[in-house]
Design a binder for this molecule. Structure first.
Ligand code: GDP
Ligand code: ZN
Length: 292
């Protein structure tokens, strides 16, 4: 009998696939063991279920997108957890990650944690004005967590955030069993801090799944080598209305005269910090060799 489903986790050659009839342990055989065709979590697959209740992989649907480190396919939304309380998140870091997500066609939610300590008004302003959905939450008091949970329902979400921002606390607040399910040790005991844990999709009681991606490692934050300089402007969605209004075609929107994006920054229509991040990222991708 064949069934379709989504891969929740993969350990040692076994994959755990959520289908209508349950989570089925599957073996990857033949071509699916080759690196090029290896299944990853989030893959939508068709499996053949055998008499003993285990299955094997028949086919993988084409991926709509993929994060590379860790590998997660078909991500509906990226959730960037940040904080205005120490350790404060640099907007450049947020903007690198949202740019890569936008480039891959993945929506981003911005979550400002530790609101009990600092409301993060400027972060809230910047990302709301830039067109993102922004949530203010506190893993400590539970404020805003219901609204965030509602935004996660029925979707595959990947969580990223700089260390110390409260990402694991927040995941546990969203789903009280999250850390237990992923086998991580409670931060309070400090034990097993360095145990590596596999990445998996954790199903939420209200539908939908979340993957906890360590730090910002799912994104090549060092090199931005996924984005060409001419494409970077499109990775800042709020630039879109102005892009074709610059005086010169091919305007880099950095220091050029008659730049409509710089004018929009001066008019307060584009957050200044976003344009500053754009300029820094532009500088870093400018000198990359054109590939192809
Ligand atoms: P992670 O490195 O992002 O996973 O961060 P943790 O979840 O380990 O949290 C880092 C520290 O911040 C811990 O001491 C948490 O108790 C604390 N913390 C996390 N969320 C909040 C919050 O919303 N408010 C306050 N006041 N502290 C928090
Ligand atoms: Zn321009």
């Amino acid at each position: 009998m064949t069934e379709t489903g989504i891969i929740l986790k993969g350990i040692g050659g076994f994959y755990y696939v959520r289908t209508q009839s349950g989570v089925i342990e599957c073996k990857a055989r033949g071509r699916f063991r080759k690196a090029a065709e290896k299944p990853v979590i989030g893959d939508r697959v068709t499996i053949e279920v055998q008499d003993d209740g285990t299955g094997y992989m028949m086919s993988i649907e084409p991926r709509k997108n993929q994060l590379l480190r860790p590998a997660v396919a078909n991500v509906d939304q990226l959730v960037v957890v940040c904080s205005a309380a120490p350790p404060k998140t640099e907007t450049l870091l947020i903007d690198k990650v949202t740019a890569i997500a936008a480039h891959k066609g993945i929506d981003t939610l911005i979550v400002i944690n530790k609101c009990d300590l600092d409301r993060g008004d400027r972060l809230y302003q910047i990302y709301t004005q830039a067109g993102f959905s922004v949530f203010r939450v506190s893993a400590e008091t539970g404020e805003g967590v219901d609204a965030l949970r509602a935004a996660l329902a029925g979707k595959v979400s990947a969580f990223a955030g700089n260390s110390g921002v409260g990402k694991s606390s927040l995941l546990n607040c969203i789903d009280a069993e999250f850390n237990m399910k992923t086998g991580s040790i409670s931060p309070k005991t400090e034990r097993g801090r360095h145990t590596t844990r596999h990445v998996e999709l954790v199903e939420l009681p209200g539908g939908g799944c979340i993957a906890d991606t360590p730090g910002f490692s799912a994104f090549d934050t060092e090199k931005m080598d996924l984005i060409r300089k001419d494409d970077l402007q499109y990775a800042f969605p709020e630039f879109e209305p102005y892009i074709n209004q610059c005086r010169f075609t091919g305007c880099a929107h950095v220091k050029e005269k008659g730049c409509a994006i710089r004018a929009a920054v001066e008019d307060g229509k584009i957050p200044r910090e976003r344009h500053e991040s754009y300029c820094k990222l532009y500088e870093s991708v400018k000198n990359l060799k054109e590939w192809e």
